[in-house]
Unconditional design. Sequence first.
Length: 354
Amino acid sequence: MKVYDVPNDIQPLVSTFLVEANKRGHRLVIDDLIITYKYNIVTAKIHAAGLCRKRYGHTPIIFIDTTSPNWRASDISKEQLVFHELCHCILNRGHNPDTLMNGNFASIMKPSGETIYGAVLNYFKREYYLDELFNPAADKPAWAQVTESYLKPYQVLDTLFYDDFENFHQDDTIVDDQQLRIDSVKYKDWSLGANSVVRRWVVDGHLELESYERGTYTIPFNVNIPDSVDFEIKTNMVIPGGNSGMMSFYWGGSSLKDMYAIIVNQDGYTSIGQVSHGVVVAKSDVNIYNDVYNEIVIRKSGAFYYIFINGRLIDNLKFEGLKGNLFGFGVSGLASEVWIDDVLVTIIQSAQYL
Ligand SMILES: [Zn+2]
């Protein structure tokens, strides 16, 4: 006996699944499916945001955990979660751990739970992922074959911002060494200081951002990047050994909400996006050092961003207009610490135009 029982707030995603299948020539009928909420889904000893259970002679059941980050992060991460489970339960597909030439996952059917396309910077990838969902033999996308390389020569036309954090003398300021409760110290344009939850300081030629409590803390700064130029942002960051947590770099925002962000944890799990629209995983296996600085490069060339960490391509994204001149460094997660060395923002001209 067929059963169809899908909650109202999930039904639109099932409808979209049918529409996207239809666009690709698959006339699917879904008339035997139960979707239900379940918290603390544990499968193969790991927590999952969703699960498909199929047994012969029974209606397939999808469990969705609406308390999971996948459900809560954004509409687009919800879509990927539900499509993944529908693909198991309706299209009978298993997992596909493959990656594309640029290192992105090859399929929504990857075995892990990261969100792989988002509303910001990489929405253009959705089309391919849906093609692949309904046809595992779909052509690999052109955007995955990146020709831009870390070492590609370019000319620096102008330096917009540079700081190496040298020449800072604590003696020049009024410092209460015992308490470190100085919230208004200015070093160049950096707002430094310390209180009981966070410390922002320049010492020994680098900038330090240390949190004493769980949360997200930032050190903002301003860089004006003119419209329609190519540019490169280069900085060095490290979560010093023994600390866990995430280090972030923000750029091009008018407020904390609309800044673009690259977030890297101590294991190399890297996400990129916009603070208010959720982030999307770029790579989960980047080599991140905890004893030397990691170089983060955000290069805007033509219509695209190319992101490199320690000289390795992490992701290529579509350039979207900057919202403002707000930049920043961040630390988040449990109490942690991030050190920052040089930060350099330049206007560049790619070799192809020279
Ligand atoms: Zn799965």
